[in-house]
Write a protein that binds this ligand. Structure first.
Ligand code: GDP
Ligand code: MG
Length: 462
């Protein structure tokens, strides 16, 4: 009998241990991608070292990137929501640090479990400004062979009285440049003055897509928190889009500026949606000792999260990050982030045109590197020992052609003359590589020939 009781106690213990960290693996945490200092001069402190692994992990090679970001005024429940997003993601996707789905059946987890993940707090004090990535990358492999790496990014300090409007624009612009879905978190209604932070994105978009039909950015979701007119526009995506359509309508009586924001917003993003979220209830909004458990959240809000998360995070809804129309891999995204941060390191907001030019340059460099790889792979796949001197030349020619084809097929960005310049550079790089391996190969062939001659000689002598 004693043994049975002990065994039962043991089972309860195991169960409670597994239940404790049922939502988020303990190895995962928020990582500060960059900080904006709070001095008079707006300096960006960029923690490249801290995030390198998130992009350069070999497990992520060959995957296309999906990045969800959330921005908006501080203390409006962004991080709170991100932490429920983390629960949803761990229940539905594997990740770099976790090969098992956690709580697959019940993504919300235990009803009294405290909410972990990104820092979220009651009160009015700001923590820091900046961009924060979740250290774990979610993975998705579709049936048709598409492989994705999904990143989550939180932002801090927007619209705070302490942060300058340049800092706000920086956070907003950087997070829009990096993400494939930008969630704009607003309270109660869409306010015209909050849309001004989208201005940089629309300006950038105008340069990036001057003579093309595609949009510079992928998804924008305007998320209205504490929506309090559900009888006019219903909670959720349908009501939200009806509300948004009404808001974005262009009328003669609007000023030129108001018309312009509306016009360019539509053409800057592939898709713009709006979601109306219910109020979460008094405890969530006011209780400073509240631990974030869902038992204290109003039912409408919990249903809202379910609908919103399905809308954003279902596999068929995942949207890959594209730069100038080209899908981006994790290591490449890091190159672009480095370049964006460099551009934003100044007291003034950078010119959209400068960012566009340096992004394009980086993009051509990436394509050039990949095209050279095609050449090298093709050369390396041949057995050098079987080659004569003429074969070496022929191999070079036959390996160069798929590399050039690759370059031409992938070059979907930049002007004709920029493309031509990089094409010339590619030819030079390949020819230089050829000069290097050619001399080695020819020496190798000569040695082989000499060896063969000696053997022939010996055979004759015998
Ligand atoms: P952030 O600064 O936007 O990241 O805000 P936090 O996520 O840290 O949350 C700030 C406070 O808002 C916390 O006390 C939350 O409990 C509360 N909160 C979370 N979601 C909502 C919401 O939808 N409406 C309201 N009114 N408060 C919320
Ligand atoms: Mg926050």
């Amino acid at each position: 009998m004693k043994f049975v009781i002990l065994f039962a106690k043991f089972l309860v213990l195991i169960f409670s241990i597994t239940k404790c960290d049922a939502s988020i693996p303990s190895v995962a945490s928020p990582v500060q991608l960059l900080n904006l200092s709070n001095g008079t001069k707006s300096d960006i402190v960029y923690n490249e070292e801290a995030v390198r692994n998130l992009f350069l992990d070999p497990k992520l090679e060959g995957r296309n990137v999906v990045v969800f970001s959330i921005v908006g005024a501080f203390r409006k429940g962004k991080s709170f929501l991100m932490n429920y997003i983390l629960r949803y993601m761990y229940a539905n996707y594997k990740s770099v640090s976790n090969s098992q789905l956690i709580n697959h059946e019940n993504w919300l987890g235990d009803e009294n479990e405290s909410l972990e993940g990104f820092d979220w707090k009651a009160g009015t004090k700001r923590v820091t400004s900046g961009l924060i990535l979740w250290s774990d990358v979610f993975l998705y492999d579709s049936n048709d062979g598409e492989k994705l790496a999904i990143y989550l990014m939180d932002t801090q300090g927007l619209f705070d009285h302490k942060s300058s409007s340049t800092d706000n624009s920086r956070i907003f612009s950087l997070s829009t440049m990096i993400s494939s879905t930008q969630i704009l978190n607003l309270l109660n209604i869409i306010q015209e003055n909050q849309l001004q932070y989208l201005q940089f994105a629309t300006e950038y978009a105008r340069y990036a897509t001057a003579d093309e039909e595609k949009s510079a950015f992928q998804n924008l979701l305007i998320l209205i928190r504490d929506w309090n007119s559900p009888e006019e526009y219903k909670y959720g995506i349908r009501g939200g889009n009806a509300y948004l359509n009404n808001f974005l309508e262009i009328h003669d009586y609007q000023t030129k500026e108001l018309q312009s924001v509306r016009r360019y917003l539509r053409s800057s993003f592939e898709k713009i949606n709006c979601f109306l979220m219910a109020h979460p209830g008094k405890t969530v909004a006011r209780d400073s000792s509240y631990n974030g458990s869902w038992s204290q959240i109003d039912e409408d809000f919990v249903h809202g999260m379910q609908d919103l998360f399905e809308f954003l995070f279902s596999p068929r809804k995942l949207t890959t990050k594209k730069v100038n129309g080209v899908a981006v891999e994790p290591a490449e995204l890091l190159v672009f982030i480095n370049s964006y941060v460099e551009n934003f390191k100044s007291d003034e907001m950078p010119e959209a045109t400068n960012i566009y030019e340096s992004t394009l340059e980086k993009q051509f460099r990436i394509l050039l590197g990949k095209s050279v790889d095609v050449y090298i792979t093709s050369v390396a796949s041949h057995n050098a020992e079987l080659l004569s001197e003429e074969d070496v030349d022929a191999l070079h020619v036959s390996a160069k052609s798929p590399a050039m084809e690759y370059f031409n097929s992938k070059k979907k960005f930049g002007s004709y003359s920029e493309g031509l310049n990089f094409k010339k550079e590619l030819i030079k790089t390949i020819d230089k590589a050829y000069e290097q391996w050619k001399s080695i190969s020819i020496n190798h062939i000569r040695t082989l020939q000499q060896q063969r001659q000696k053997t022939n000689q010996k055979e004759k002598e015998v």
